[in-house]
Design a protein around this ligand. Sequence first.
Ligand code: AMP
Ligand code: ZN
Length: 458
Amino acid sequence: MPELYLHNTLSRQKELFRPIDTNHVQMYVCGPTVYDFAHIGNARPVVVFDTLYRFLKRHYPRVTYVRNFTDVDDKIMARSRESGEDIASITARTTAAYLEDMGALNALEPDIQPRATQYITQMIALSQTLIDKGHAYAVEGHVLFHVPSMPNYGALSRRSRDELIAGARVDVAPYKKDPADFVLWKPSTPEQVGWDSPWGRGRPGWHIECSAMAKDTLGTTFDIHGGGLDLIFPHHENEIAQSRCAHDGAPLANYWLHNGFLTINNDKMSKSLGNFVTVRDLRGQYTGEVIRLTLLSGHYRQPLDFSDMALQSAKAALDKWYGALRNAGAIPDPHLGIPAAIEDALADDLNTPQVISHLHDLATRMNRASDTHEKAALASELTHGAQTIGLLFHDAETWFKQGSADGLSEAEIEAQIAARLAARKARDFAASDRIRDQLAQQGVILEDGPTGTSWKRG
Ligand code: AMP
Ligand code: ZN
């Protein structure tokens, strides 16, 4: 296998990936807070870490990928208060929608998908351990992690003590011993969701959720921990503090990977700014494969500006690749593997733009090739190369027929073509042209040939 290099946020460098156990790689990625549809910024880490997961699965005998659901959170409680829908129903509904949307982007389901509410006992136990070891304290129904108890706190985000305090100074609760201390457990009022604990009825803080779920599913130390750039501080910094202090200094993860932001006009796409597009809405206009390619068109650590143009160019690329496969009419040779240049690009910190440029190259060569064997070999390289990044799983005919989710179904189109044929037989050319024009307006192009009428989506 090619040597895999990954950029580690801990060292701010690309490092050679050496798993703890070469027979079993373990990865944890922070998942969504389930109170609403995911926007396509939320889909970026899903597609990026899915691409890494696929790479790892090809090269290691066993991979365990864990991605959690945060199903207890103040945002979920607020949504329930506003809408009147109970929390369990909100989280069940949005969890199902999330899985469906991410499936449409051809993201494989992680091996383990823990839900925070099923790990409350472990969160309470972890908080208690931190109190017992002198890293946390209970006060007024809260349990707080005492930041000065950890000498190298801030190593991941490289924030100085002054920056930490400046960040926390706004509205410091009077019961905090230090302004940077953060919550592990907080009290709930009788109307709020809560669980009994040694500190009274309450609920966990967000950071302790991931430390507890990671420990339970993967153990004390695992290989890769991932998420978006915004999670470095405070979320990942605090996960590290909790887990290391509870486990006598053992690292939580050896490699920390963070994807850059998806932006719109250079602003981070986020629910709070209101500049978001949900995956669900976008799926009405573009297929999941187009959305996936758009998300992989930039390097995962760089910001990626989202626009209609970016989607259009992803669609054009897929049309070109599927078009080359269709025109070649060659059956990809299943014995031929993935082109080495594509595995090498992925092994270099997941360089998906370079993979895409190789795919363009292969499609161009296919269109020029005249020899059938050469075409079949290139078709196989194109198909297998694209599949490494989760693309070109359809056959070309299906691709040109599927179009957008909102478009006409195949049966509707076939019915219109039959109606047009009937009109032509009756020599009603005005009606026949009208049907063709109406279909064109809905993005369906008809081509009349010697064996009848075929169609494709424009
Ligand atoms: P959240 O549900 O807000 O906790 O986000 C789920 C995941 O999406 C986290 O890994 C975030 O870092 C990531 N994320 C949120 N917004 C963006 C964005 N605009 N671009 C890239 N990743 C994002
Ligand atoms: Zn997390």
